[in-house]
Ligand binder design. Structure first.
Ligand code: SAM
Length: 635
């Protein structure tokens, strides 16, 4: 019996409570069942869940057998109809008998489901499921894309296109990957090193996924680290609410990509996670992604208790705030299989021939306790599952408002606390909520706070945002921004279910007037990636001050032209040396958004496994050595 209950528990608990489904199952120490058995049951039942939902609903099983929860019904009916040995509990066990007594009707409905799909045999139905076509009767249904971030701490986009994604055809729009069974890959235009494939493409068994070279992360969830735009000349960063760690590791990857020396840089990311269980997940994620060196994990520490004036944080120049929120923008748990749960027909009387007359009264689930376990909720209910996995029944607008008020109070407190860090110059605030109360309203209140005014914090305007996000078309809600068009423009939104294929998300950036702290970074020239332009010696090139007639590097010997000269030189020499990849010498718009520029063969199709395994760290070292070579040659 524990097999079914334990599997149900994993399928119904939040992924935020411990990483991917697989890692949560295999990482659980006190599991009574075999982890492999639990994992297989969870995955297989989920694959079949749309069909099982139909079968269970049509047989009215949940109303007839009240002991069985929706998720348990999917697992038990799966094994009854599809497992070689049937339900894996003793024949006399109550759960087994309550399903088996409906075997004839369940089998008949299962056959009807197959026929509705115009499949002549069970084998044909199995093949249909394996092709990822099972969870719908409508094969044209638009799916949420599977967004995959290429973790540049471990690999490159080019390397992944040639290995993990070899054989997928390059798509020009995200639409192409939203079809079941699509064999396309879309390279994102806004976020570098982000791709999308069909959610029916199983990447979880790939080496790249297992080794942390690719990370499943919704496009919108990649916005904050990219907007924060950490640079090598900046100092430390705080990620205030870090687990499971997607944004922490994204920050680390951006930071590392901007270090001139792959092993250099003393910058740190302070990753706070107040929940110990989630902090463990964060540790695993940070280690898998290869960002341990850069990240200091503050496990079990509340960011609100961190003292801004403490010497540990005196070098903190940027903060990423991604606090707990209502989670109303979440499309589906990213690492979870798609699970369709049957809904009991609450209000229909039992059939006259029912043998279970005592069980006819199904309690109104909305009258049950306010907080319930995930497996208890039913799709007819209004429940709010926040992104920490907490489920709250919200039957009325007042209840929803009360929950949102509590969340927004905490979110504002967090933002105000972040404003107090003495060296901070940049802050991002994000939620995966669609509610203005947690988004634009928090931003407006934060801007009105006395600390924001005293410390000179203002919104990062759209015009000043990094290119991919400046170009992102979905902006804040003008009404929610109290009619202030500039505030609405500065805010970034992503809508669940629109043509961009993202989750619902909100993001705003705050910057502090540079006269309030010394803005060293602003004194230097940058390219369109935000990378500092360096001279031949590797020193940053100073930006030309307004009205000044000359520029100088810290060594007073290289003007911006020198940097241009180096780039031109490197291009000439590329063929001869052959060791630099495009991503080290970004020159074109396409490269800036992570599109590899095939130099010889511009095939849209991604194929041919790489002969040459790229090592981004080696490439950076190679680049440094090339600069040295050039320098010597010039002398
Ligand atoms: C929305 S999740 C963060 C997701 C994460 N940024 C990511 O992208 O993977 C919010 C997390 O912040 C943690 N948290 C909430 N309040 C906190 C606080 N005051 N200090 C530290 N962690 C906090 C929660 O436990 C939860 O794990």
């Amino acid at each position: 019996m524990s097999l079914y209950h334990e599997t149900a528990e994993f399928l119904t608990s939040s992924s935020a409570s411990g990483g991917s489904l697989k890692s949560r199952i295999f990482g659980k120490k006190d599991l009574k069942s075999q982890p492999a058995q639990v994992y297989a049951l969870a995955i297989e039942s989920s694959k079949w869940s749309a069909i099982l939902k139909e079968v269970i609903e049509r047989t009215d099983l949940l109303r007839l057998e009240r002991k069985i929860t929706p998720v348990l019904s999917v697992l038990l009916v799966h094994d009854l109809l599809l497992a070689k040995r049937g339900i894996a509990i003793p024949a006399t066990h109550g759960l087994r008998t309550s399903v088996e007594r409906h075997k004839a009707r369940l089998t008949a409905e299962f056959t009807k489901s197959r026929i509705r799909r115009k499949l002549s045999t069970v084998e044909a139905l199995k093949a249909h499921i394996e092709a990822g076509l099972g969870n719908t009767t409508d094969s044209s249904q638009i799916l949420h894309p599977r967004w995959v971030r290429i973790n540049t701490l471990k690999t490159t986009l080019e390397e992944q296109l040639e290995s993990t994604f070899a054989g997928l055809e390059r798509a020009l729009t995200v639409d192409a990957v939203r079809k079941r069974g699509s064999k396309h890959i879309f390279i994102d235009h806004n976020i570098p090193n982000l791709v999308a494939v069909s959610s029916t493409t199983d990447l979880s068994k790939t080496e790249a996924y297992k080794s942390g070279a690719i990370i499943f992360q919704d496009k919108a969830s990649c916005f904050p680290a990219y907007l924060l735009d950490p640079r090598s000349e900046d100092d430390d960063i705080i990620d205030s609410c870090a687990a499971p760690g997607n944004k922490t590791t994204h920050l680390a990857a951006i930071l590392q990509s901007r270090q001139p020396d792959p092993n250099g840089g003393s910058q740190k990311i302070h990753a706070f996670e107040r929940n110990y269980g989630r902090a463990d997940t964060l540790k695993r994620m940070v280690s898998l992604a290869g960002s341990d060196r850069i990240t200091t994990i503050h496990a079990g520490e509340d960011f609100l208790k961190a003292k801004p004036e403490a010497s540990t944080y005196k070098k903190v120049t940027s903060l990423l705030l991604d606090p707990s929120c209502s989670g109303s923008g979440i499309v589906g748990r990213d690492d979870m299989p798609e699970l369709h749960l049957p809904v009991p027909k609450n209000n229909t009387p039992l059939p006259k021939d029912s043998k279970n007359k005592k069980q006819t009264k199904v309690p109104d689930p909305t009258k049950e306790t306010r907080k319930r376990k995930r497996e208890d909720f039913n799709e007819d209910l209004d429940v709010m599952v926040d992104d920490d996995g907490m489920v709250t029944a919200v039957d009325t607008v007042d209840e929803l408002n009360a929950r949102l008020t509590a969340l927004s109070k905490f979110q504002l407190e967090l933002l105000i606390h972040a404003f107090k860090f003495p060296s901070a110059r940049r802050i991002t605030y994000s939620t995966c909520s669609i509610h203005a109360q947690e988004n634009e309203q928090v931003v407006l209140q934060a801007l009105k706070s006395s600390i924001a005014k005293e410390q000179g914090w203002r919104l990062l305007k759209r015009a000043d945002q990094i290119r991919g996000l400046k170009e992102w078309p979905v902006r804040g809600d003008i009404e929610a921004a109290e009619g202030d068009a500039e505030v609405a423009e500065a805010c970034i939104r992503a809508n669940k279910g629109d043509e961009h294929g993202t989750m619902g998300f909100f993001l705003a950036g705050f910057v502090r007037d540079s006269n309030s702290v010394e803005d060293i970074g602003a004194q230097f020239l940058r390219d369109e990636h935000g990378h500092m332009v360096r001279d031949m010696m590797g020193f940053p090139v100073r930006a030309e001050p307004m009205g000044a007639d000359s520029t100088s590097s810290p060594m007073d010997e290289a003007a911006p032209e020198a940097a241009v000269e180096v780039e031109a030189d490197e291009e000439e020499e590329e063929e001869e040396w052959g060791g630099i990849e495009d991503d080290q010498i970004p020159e074109t718009k396409d490269e800036a958004i992570g599109v590899p520029m095939p130099t010889k063969n511009k095939q849209p199709k991604v194929n041919a496994a790489s002969k040459h395994q790229h090592n981004p760290q080696k490439k950076r070292a190679d680049l440094a050595s090339l600069s040295q070579k050039k320098k010597k040659r010039k002398k």
